[in-house]
Design a protein around this ligand. Structure first.
Ligand code: FES
Length: 571
C-alpha cells in the first residue's frame, strides 16, 4: 500500500500543478513530493510554562520524520493555559479551546491531505483536543506530551502551581506575609513543563499513554529531560512504522483501551476533568463511553498513588521511580490492565512493558493493592434530583463520604469570590456555584480560585461545594462538579435557594436537595433562563453547539448509531 495515500492525491501526477508549485515554493524538494507527508502540530506559544518549549520539540519531531524518509510540515494551533486563565473571565475560553484545537488540527490535516499526524501538546485541553482530532482524522498518529514541570522551592517548602492558590487563601486569611506570598509566586514555576501534580495535564498524559496513543514514558518524562527530546526525535520512526502497517488511531482507541485508561486515572487519583475528556475522545473514536463506565471502574479499582493534589508526590517523583510504565507493569501483573491492546509502537502494551520493572516495596509513592489509599475509586458519579443526568465527585476518602447542610447559593464565580472575601461562608454549608456550566459559563470554567481560597481560609474540610462548572485537577475537598442538567438549561440546581437542605452521599452516589416535587414544580414555573453572558463570537457559537457535561461537552454530538458504526475518516 502506498504510504502517501492522502498527499498522493495532489502529488501523484501532473493534474494538480498549483498544489505542487506551492509545496516546492515552500521548500519541499521536487524529488520528495511522493514521500508521505506528516503534519506536525504544536500548541507552542510564549508566556506559559506548559507550552513555551513545544515548538522546539516539534522541530525535533520534524528532524526524526525527515530522517525516516518522510516530509515533515509543522503548523501551530492555539493552547489556552488554565494556569493563567484561572479565576477570571478568560477561563471561559479554556474548555472551548479543546474544540478549537480539535477542529483546527482536523481542518489543517484534512485540508492539506497529510498522511500522518504528530501533535506536540502540553496543557490540560491541548491533549484531549489533539486526540479528538486524531480520532476524527483516523490517520496514523502519535501524540508527544510536552512533559511535566519540575517542582519549585521556597524557604525549604516544595512548590507547585497550586501552592500559589493556597498562598492566596492564606493572604486572604492574613496568615502569610507579603514577602512570602511573592516568594512563593516567584518560585512556583522554575521552567518549562505542565503543572506537576496529578492535575488534569498529567492525568490526561497518563491516560493517553495507557490508551496507547503516545510512546512509553511520554507522560512521566519531565519537560526538560533528555528523554523528552529523544522521544520527539524517535517519533518519526514510529510514524513510519504506523504508516507501513496501516495502524490508525481507531485501531488503538478501542473500548478496552478506554477501560485501561480509566483504570490508570483511578489508580493515580487523577483529575475529574478526565471524565469529560475521555468521553469526548471516545465519541470521536466511535466508542460508546459513559459516566457509568467511570463508576464501574471506580467500583472495582482502588486509588494507589500518593500524588498531589490530595497526596504528597509530584509526577517528577514518579518519573524518578520508573514513570507511568512502571505503574502500568504493576497493574498488568495485578490483572488490572489488558496487555493485549495495540499501541503507537506497533506493539501491544504488554510487549512495550517487557523490560520494565514493576514498583515494589522500595518506594511509597504507589501503594500495594493490599494497602490502598482508598479501596475504591475517587471519581464517583452521583445522581439525584439535583443532577438527573449525573454529577462528578472527587472523593479521596479524607473528606468523608457524606455531607449535608444548608445551601448558600452564588450565581457566578465572581459572586462566590466576593462572598469568601466578605466572610459569608460558614462551616457546615453546602456552597452552590451555578450558571457556570458549559452554556451558562459559558465554557464550564474551573473553580480553582474559590476552592483554593476556601482551603486557605481553613474551611476546606468544613464545607462542601457543588457546581455545574468544573473543578481543577488541583482541587481537593468535598467537591462535586459537572452537575447536569446545568442551571442555564433549567436544571434543578437553578431552583435552589439559600437555606435549602442539601444531602450529598458518595456511598449511595446521590445528590439531592430536600424539596418535594410540588415545591420544585412551583419554583420551576417562575424560573427564567438568564440572558446569555455573551452575544457574539466563539463563546456564542459554543453555547449554541455544546452538549451537556454527561456527553463530554462536545460540539458535534452524534446519535448512538454513529457512535456504534465507528465510521472512518471524514475525508
Ligand atoms: Fe498548563 Fe496546568 S496550566 S498544565
Amino acid at each position: 500500500m502506498a504510504l502517501n495515500k492522502y498527499s498522493g492525491i495532489y502529488t501523484k501526477d501532473d493534474s494538480l500543478p498549483a498544489s505542487q508549485a506551492m509545496l516546492i515554493g515552500s521548500g519541499v524538494k521536487e524529488e520528495d513530493l511522493r514521500k508521505p507527508f506528516v503534519g506536525i502540530c504544536s500548541t507552542g506559544f510564549e508566556g506559559n510554562t506548559c507550552n513555551m518549549h513545544l515548538n522546539g520539540l516539534a522541530d525535533a519531531v520534524k528532524i526524526g520524520v525527515q530522517a525516516n524518509g518522510m516530509v515533515g510540515l509543522r503548523f501551530n494551533t492555539i493552547g489556552v493555559s488554565d494556569g493563567i486563565t484561572n479565576g477570571n473571565a478568560g477561563m471561559r475560553y479554556s474548555l472551548v479551546s479543546r474544540e478549537l484545537i480539535a477542529d483546527s488540527i482536523e481542518a489543517m490535516a484534512g485540508a492539506h491531505y497529510y498522511d500522518a499526524v504528530a501533535t506536540v501538546v502540553g496543557c490540560d485541553k491541548n491533549m484531549p483536543g489533539a486526540l479528538i482530532a486524531m480520532a476524527r482524522l483516523n490517520r496514523p498518529s502519535v501524540m508527544i506530551y510536552g512533559g511535566t514541570i519540575k517542582g519549585g522551592e521556597y524557604k525549604g517548602q516544595k512548590l507547585n502551581i497550586v501552592s500559589c492558590f493556597e498562598a492566596y487563601g492564606k493572604k486572604l486569611n492574613g496568615t502569610i506575609s507579603d514577602e512570602d506570598y511573592r516568594g512563593i509566586i516567584r518560585n512556583a514555576c522554575p521552567g518549562p513543563g505542565a503543572c506537576g501534580g496529578m492535575y488534569t495535564a498529567n492525568t490526561m498524559a497518563a491516560a493517553i499513554e495507557t490508551l496507547g496513543m503516545s510512546l512509553p514514558f511520554s507522560s512521566s518524562a519531565t519537560a526538560v529531560s533528555p528523554e523528552k527530546n529523544q522521544e520527539a526525535l524517535d517519533t518519526g520512526a514510529y510514524i513510519l512504522n504506523l504508516l507501513e502497517k496501516d495502524i490508525k488511531p481507531r485501531d488503538i482507541l478501542t473500548r478496552e483501551a478506554f477501560e485501561n485508561a480509566l483504570v490508570m486515572i483511578t489508580v493515580l487519583g487523577g483529575s475529574t476533568n478526565a471524565v469529560l475528556h475521555l468521553i469526548a475522545i471516545a465519541h470521536a473514536a466511535g466508542v460508546h463511553l459513559t459516566m457509568e463506565d467511570f463508576q464501574d471502574v471506580s467500583n472495582r479499582v482502588p486509588v494507589l498513588a500518593d500524588l498531589k493534589p490530595s497526596g504528597k508526590y509530584l509526577m517528577e517523583d514518579l518519573s524518578a521511580l520508573g514513570g507511568v510504565p512502571a505503574v502500568q507493569k504493576t497493574l498488568l501483573e495485578a490483572g488490572l490492565l489488558n496487555g493485549d491492546l495495540l499501541t503507537v509502537t506497533g506493539k501491544t502494551l504488554a510487549e512495550n512493558l517487557e523490560n520494565v520493572k514493576p514498583l515494589g516495596a522500595e518506594q511509597d509513592l504507589l501503594r500495594p493493592l493490599s494497602n490502598p489509599i482508598k479501596s475504591d475509586g475517587h471519581i464517583q458519579i452521583l445522581y439525584g434530583n439535583l443532577a438527573s443526568k449525573g454529577a462528578v465527585a472527587k472523593i479521596s476518602g479524607k473528606e468523608g463520604l457524606r455531607f449535608e447542610g444548608p445551601a448558600i447559593v452564588f450565581n457566578s464565580e465572581e459572586e462566590l469570590n466576593d462572598g469568601i472575601a466578605a466572610g459569608k461562608i460558614q462551616p457546615g454549608q453546602v456552597v452552590v456555584i451555578r450558571y457556570v456550566g458549559p452554556k451558562g459559563g459559558p465554557g464550564m470554567p474551573e473553580m480553582l480560585k474559590p476552592t483554593s481560597a476556601i482551603m486557605g481560609a481553613g474551611l476546606g474540610d468544613k464545607v462542601a461545594l457543588i457546581t455545574d462548572g468544573r473543578f481543577s485537577g488541583g482541587t481537593h475537598g468535598f467537591v462535586i462538579g459537572h452537575v447536569s442538567p446545568e442551571a442555564y438549561d433549567g436544571g434543578t440546581i437553578a431552583l435552589v435557594e439559600d437555606g435549602d437542605w442539601i444531602v450529598l452521599d458518595a456511598s449511595t452516589n446521590t445528590i439531592d436537595v430536600q424539596l418535594d416535587e410540588a415545591e420544585l414544580t412551583a419554583r420551576r414555573s417562575v424560573w427564567q433562563r438568564p440572558k446569555a453572558n455573551v452575544q457574539s463570537g466563539v463563546l456564542l457559537k459554543y453555547i449554541r453547539t455544546v452538549s451537556d457535561a454527561s456527553h463530554g461537552c462536545i460540539t458535534d454530538l452524534q446519535d448512538e448509531a454513529y457512535v456504534n458504526a465507528r465510521e472512518t475518516s471524514p475525508s
